[in-house]
Ligand binder design. Sequence first.
Ligand code: ARG
Length: 566
Amino acid sequence: MQAVLPDADVSSVLVRPCPDPKFGDYQTNALMALAKGRKLNPRQLAADVVAKLDVGEACAPVEVAGAGFLNFRLKPAALARSLEAAARGEHLFFAPSPQPRTVVVDFSSPNVAKSMHVGHIRSTILGDCLARTLHLLGHQVITDNHLGDWGTQFGMLLVAWKRSLDAAALKADPIAEMERLYKMISAECKANPATLEAARQELVKLQSGDEQNLRIWREMIALSQVQFDAIYQRLGVRFDHTLGESFYHPRLHPLVQELRDKGIARESEGAVAVFFDDLPPLKEHPALVQKSDGAFNYTTTDLATLAHRLTTWQPDEIVYVTDARQQLHFQQLFAIFRRWQPAARTRLAHVWFGSILGEDGKPFKTRSGETIKLADLLDEAEERAFKVVSEKSPEMPESQRRDIARLVGIGAVKYADLLPNRQSDYVFSWDKLLALNGNTAPYLQYAYARIRSIFRKGNVGSSVSPDPAASSTTTLLLDAPEELALARHLLNFGLVLEAVADDYRPNFLCNYLYELAGHFTAFYENCPVLKSEAAQRASRLALCDLTARVLKQGLAVLGIETLEQM
Ligand code: ARG
């Protein structure tokens, strides 16, 4: 391209896997756009590029197709060379990014004194998966749990705690007791202005450093943190930092002052607000940074959080994972930020997601209409998985069935959450997500275990469970169409990981792994492995091993563990 049009922006010329294998393995449509911009004939431009293109031994002669597509077909020998390098452990079809970025991922962020509900599950699972993907691709990832540990609810909670705390209940189930207090007091605040005023006063006392209130507030955080940690441990999720909203409280006053001094915020009806007259979609939605009673809010805290992250970590990118209802908040936040720090190059992304629905298509609730708690959901997942495992393998010792059920149950819930396009709502269905046939975690975990059993049956080692030598010097013989299709699919693993990181969409990886399992099944049904003669057997075992490794790595990036046996 550069040889034909030296001044063209070649970074726009992307070569992507071909959507239809009929046309080739890879394809670019970028020349058509370039030709259009220059009023050239696109087919002629494509032909000129092909004339200068040296694909070496990698591809069959490149074809110009349609209105100016270039289609590339890998030579089987080139494909085999790449797989051989992977079999030697040189790569697993992806490479660390040549331009590593520092990325802050803000996710999960539940609220103190409340239990984590299914709404937090998507943020936790999605955020964790994005952090894992970015990390695998060589980026520096900083995870931060922006706990809701500050705000007006604590004034109310303090009143209730002092008046009606049931110490025994708190000991038995702290979250349930705090939720009871909260429910009771918020009803009372609605009915009785005096209670509301009492809550306001407790809040003021807390914010001005009252010893007793601080002590109670800290206890509420500590008790909640125990519950959050238990869930994170079950999910295998960890954070580098847990800097809750309260951490930023001392910075809010000077921040609002700065916004006023710079003319970004101004007084309006007793409050302080930022107006977006120059931004049509936000024109009708000014953002409050200080309420008329002097209190700061969610936006103020998020601005202080941004400033802190910028000075502490100098990130290239900050990713916020929350539900769709917070879109306006983040649009406002990002717009204020651009005005406030016009020179900052940090990319800000709001990765939002839809809700989880019950099978009746309404918000996912318990039978009695209450919100479902995440811990209960995970318990049920493990229990149901235990039934499935016990039906399939009644002879297994119970402890082993429990271990399997734990990985399968949690894996199934995570996968159900990652598989749909994150911006659409999805229907939560136990039968669907635990099905052993279908696009589910158990199906992929089972596919992995099945490949591992080939190695056990054939009494051969592989690099998954390290027994060196096995596949390291293998020559790949790719003849059968199923072998070629599987090999081509393996090669695209890295492209899919990059797409997940670029668009913040783990569903690309779910679908890739599901297709991989499909290609493997077709291969395994048509190409005998253990019964083949020496060279072919070794080659096919290497294909099995590479498939298992990609499945394992792919599931690991989704936060899902694999088992050697199921
Ligand atoms: N605690 C908030 C909630 O439960 C989510 C916080 C998201 N992160 C942020 N920086 N605003 O809705």
